[in-house]
Design a protein around this ligand. Structure first.
Ligand code: NI
Length: 397
C-alpha cells in the first residue's frame, strides 16, 4: 500500500513543510484577498515541475498531477485564508500584518498539501490516474470559495476527495475520523419587529417593539426544545438584539440576528418555517409587524462512509490503532461540503493541541497555535492515501 520510501521522503520534507507553514503564518491574508498566498502557492507548485497549474478563481490554485495511466481521480483540498484577528502569540514567525492572523490553522493545511504535492510529483511513476491539489480561498466568509471553485470545474471528473482540519481540542499525534455527519449547516436569520415609537412615559400610545422582540427570543427557544426530535442535533441562538437609542423613547423597531445549525436536510428546511410562524403570531398578537430573512450558510459536512473507512484504514496501518480516534459531530461549519456535493469524500481532523506545551487555545483565538508535529502526521497520511487509491494496483472505486 505505502511505499518503503514514504517515511524517508516525508522525513526529508518535514522541515520544508514547517518552513512553508511559517512563511504563510507570517503573511496572512483575509478571505477573497489571498493574492500573495495564491502567488506563493502557484510559484511553489510550479517549481516542482510536471504539474498542470491553473487559477480557477483570482485567489485560488489548482495543481493537477496527470500520470497518463488509467485510474481514478483523487482530489486533496487545503484552505488558505486567515482571520481578522490581531495575533497575540510570541512566535518569531508571528503575523507581520496587524489585525490579520492565521488563527484557524489554514497555513498548516496549505503547507501540508504543498508537501504532499512535492512528494507525489517525485513518485508519479508509482501512481495511476490523476491527483488534484485544490488550494482553496475564502473558507471563513460566505459564500465561501469552495462553491466558486466547483463552479469553475475543479471537481469535474473527480472520483473522491479528502480534506483535513488541524484540530485544537485533539492532542498532537492523533487523527480523527467520522463517517456521516461531522459539521453542521450554519445558517443565519434576521428579524425586524416594527412597532410604533413614542414617549416612554406614554406606552399606551405606542406599540413597543422591545417586549414583543423579547417574547420572540424566548419563544424561538421552544423550537429546539419542543419541536425538534430530541435525538436530532440542532442549535438556535439569538446572538444580536438591537433596539432603542435612549432612556425615554420607545423605539420604532427592534432587530434580532442569530444562527441556526442543523445536519438534517428536512429539519434545515423546516426550522425557518417554524420560526416565521412564531414571529408572525407574536407580532400580530401585539399589533406589530415583522420582517424575517434567512441566509443559507454552508451545507453540512457529511462524510462518505466508504471513503472514510478507507482513509481511516490507511491511518490505522501507518500510525497504529492507538493514534486513531472517532470524532463526535460538532456544530461548526465548513465549505468542504461544496466539494462533497460533487464526489464522495471525507474530512478528517489532525490533532494540533499539546496541553503540556500550553498549546490549548481554541480556533479563532489571538493565541491560537498548533503543534507543528501535526503537519508531519497529515503529510504522511495524505501521501499514503494517494498510494492506496492510485497505487500500481488500484482497488475498484
Ligand atoms: Ni478553519
Amino acid at each position: 500500500m505505502t511505499t518503503p520510501t514514504l517515511a524517508s521522503v516525508a522525513d526529508a520534507l518535514r522541515d520544508q513543510v514547517v518552513a512553508w507553514r511559517r512563511h504563510l503564518h507570517r503573511h496572512p491574508e483575509l478571505s477573497f484577498q489571498e493574492h500573495e498566498t495564491a502567488r506563493f502557492v502557484e510559484e511553489t507548485v510550479r517549481s516542482f515541475g510536471g504539474l498542470e497549474v491553473s487559477r480557477p478563481t483570482a485567489t485560488s490554485v489548482l495543481a493537477r498531477l496527470i500520470t497518463g495511466r488509467p485510474g481514478p481521480t483523487l482530489a486533496f483540498r487545503a484552505d488558505m485564508d486567515a482571520l481578522p484577528i490581531h495575533e497575540e502569540t510570541s512566535h518569531d514567525f508571528g503575523s507581520t500584518t496587524p489585525g490579520v492572523m492565521h488563527a484557524c490553522g489554514h497555513d498548516g493545511h496549505t503547507a501540508v498539501i504543498l508537501g504532499v504535492a512535492r512528494i507525489l510529483t517525485e513518485q508519479r511513476d508509482q501512481l495511476n490516474g490523476e491527483l488534484r491539489f485544490i488550494f482553496q480561498h475564502a473558507e471563513e466568509v460566505l459564500p465561501g470559495g469552495a462553491q466558486a471553485m466547483v463552479d469553475a470545474g475543479v471537481m469535474d471528473g473527480v472520483d473522491l476527495i479528502v480534506g483535513q482540519h488541524v484540530w485544537a481540542t485533539l492532542e498532537h499525534g492523533q487523527v480523527g475520523f467520522r463517517a456521516g455527519a461531522l459539521m453542521a449547516a450554519p445558517d443565519t436569520f434576521f428579524v425586524t419587529v416594527r412597532g410604533r415609537g413614542g414617549h416612554a412615559a406614554k406606552p399606551n400610545e405606542t406599540i413597543d417593539p422591545i417586549p414583543v422582540a423579547a417574547q420572540i427570543v424566548m419563544a424561538l427557544q421552544t423550537i429546539v426544545s419542543r419541536v425538534v426530535d430530541p435525538i436530532e442535533p440542532a442549535v438556535l441562538s439569538v446572538t444580536q438584539f438591537h433596539a432603542g437609542t435612549t432612556h425615554n423613547v420607545i423605539p420604532e423597531e427592534a432587530k434580532l440576528v442569530g444562527t441556526v445549525r442543523t445536519f438534517d436536510k428536512a429539519l434545515r428546511a423546516r426550522i425557518p418555517k417554524d420560526m416565521e410562524r412564531i414571529i408572525k403570531g407574536i407580532t400580530e398578537a401585539h399589533g406589530a409587524e415583522y420582517e424575517f430573512a434567512w441566509q443559507d450558510g454552508y451545507r453540512p459536512v457529511i462524510n462518505d462512509a466508504s471513503v472514510t473507512g478507507r482513509v481511516e484504514a490507511v491511518a490505522r496501518k501507518i500510525f497504529g490503532d492507538e493514534r486513531v480516534v472517532t470524532l463526535q459531530p460538532n456544530m461548526g461549519g465548513e465549505d468542504f461540503s461544496a466539494f462533497l456535493e460533487k464526489a464522495p469524500g471525507t474530512f478528517f481532523y489532525t490533532g494540533g493541541g499539546n496541553v503540556a506545551r500550553g498549546i490549548v487555545h481554541p480556533h479563532h483565538h489571538p493565541k491560537f497555535d498548533i503543534d507543528e508535529s501535526s503537519l508531519d502526521l497529515s503529510l504522511r497520511l495524505f501521501v499514503a492515501v494517494a498510494h492506496d487509491v492510485l497505487g500500481s494496483a488500484p482497488a475498484a472505486r
